[in-house]
Write a new protein. Sequence first.
Length: 628
Amino acid sequence: MNNQEIAKKVIDALGGRENVNSVAHCATRLRVMVKDEGKINKEVIENLEKVQGAFFNSGQYQIIFGTGTVNKMYDEVVALGLPTSSKDDMKAEAAKQGNWFQRAIRTFGDVFVPIIPVIVATGLFMGVRGLFNALEMPLPGDLATYTQILTDTAFIILPGLVVWSTFRVFGGNPAVGIVLGMMLVSGSLPNAWAVAQGGEVTAMNFFGFIPVVGLQGSVLPAFIIGVVGAKFEKLVRKVVPDVIDLLVTPFVTLLVMSILGLFVIGPVFHVVENYILIATKAILNMPFGLGGFLIGGVHQLIVVSGVHHIFNLLEVQLLAADHANPFNAIITAAMTAQGAATVAVGVKTKNPKLKTLAFPAALSAFLGITEPAIFGVNLRFRKPFFLSLIAGAIGGGLASILGLAGNGSGITIIPGTMLYVGNGQLAQYLLMVAVSFALGFALTYMFGYEDEKEVATEVETERLVQEETTGNIPAALQNETLVTPIVGDVVALADVNDPVFSSGAMGQGIAVKPSQGVVYAPADAEVSIAFATGHAFGLKTTNGAEVLIHVGIDTVTMNGEGFEQKVAQGDKVKAGDVLGTFDSNKIAAAGLDDTTMVIVTNTADFSSVAPVATGSVAKGDALIEVKA
């Protein structure tokens, strides 16, 4: 199948265009907001060519096509009429979904995910510097200072990054946010790390009883300051007149929030942050590697639930405090086991489609993205997923026993090796990855997957049986001439005031400006779609043409007012039979255009689809000539 054919089947399996609110895409997935999840034929979608998996999460039905392919499939479904939205719009809609805990975790993710790239880069810089040290190649003084700038800056200004990102997420001015955040780590304040070392540098003592230091390395206080600051700024902006907003709002926001941040929120939540850090380390340092065993066993379950962004906060806290991240190795073990289970399925299966799905999904996992492996393969067959959890738990336990801790976050498995080059743990890291892979592969190969028989899907089998028993075998495409379904004046499709139709994205055809409110069948056909609103009809003619008759532009918003449907889906009609009626006056009263489009939606199946009418057309006049 080509991409257009796959896109048509995707739309049908989603419950049709009418069941789709909007569609967007990310790097690997088509993200669809649907009206009714129950109308989705998930089995059909998961078995389509090029589909690597599909799942429903955060109010979205997400279909995994993989990098590159997803862009092409997005273009195809949009060309076939699915409404679009930006990723930000879709994220806002999805944010309304789920319970309070899920929404809170998604917010953490929205704040910390944009910061992860600089933490990744910092970890890689540490790895390169550590490699020079391991090779006993000391860097000259100025170059050593430069490398220290590369490795330390992100952590020194971390509160500034957190406040900036939090302002961005909560609707404040990000520029105000980053200035406020940098105030918290101003060089005029005593450095928090220097104060903690107990040397000559001591905390400032405001009013004789409030100790104040910079918030270097703090994460939670910066996040809370960002939340409160963004909301406070929006409140100030509501009461300040527009003419002085530019002067007053930033001034008041920075003044009030710097006082709250340094004297109240900072000290209080710094204590809370320390307790969270102590609890996190207590779990990670449980004896016999139990902490790693537990986290490694549940991490991919947490990924499925969609609340795994909580680890971003904990990893950033650990790195800010110790420049070491034990979570990274444990998470790597869990992800390696998922990828290994997918490899085992790919090796064992004789199904060529599953092979072409499994190996790229496994490669994606080994590069740090496990969703294609989880949703495309392992969860689909269940046992591979749960056996990989066992392997991940054992690998995570081994990571804890070996004391593995990366000097960054955000990258795992293959690219993650760079986080262990500079700290002397590369050999232990590779051992942990090898053990996790071997266990995930062996458990799945031996106990987790039995190849399915090479048979057609139940849907296809049922169709073949029906054709054999009823003789209702689809005829080959044939030439035919469609007569006008509308009496009125012909309008070129390119002149229609709707880009979906005028661009030809839906197919070739013509439009008619009605002079009568009756819709007739343009050929002998079967009614394939009869919208409940009565504004549109889909027909499949006996010669194979698929025809869409769409009365008016945006008339679906009238919810059937002024329309009367005379046929139902599955009805057989003859050319000239009445399909429905409509009232052009009511369409005009609603502020809408009653121009009616007649489109051959399977234009690509024919060698030619050409309008043959001009001027005015009456019932029975030739309108479109279709050639096979």
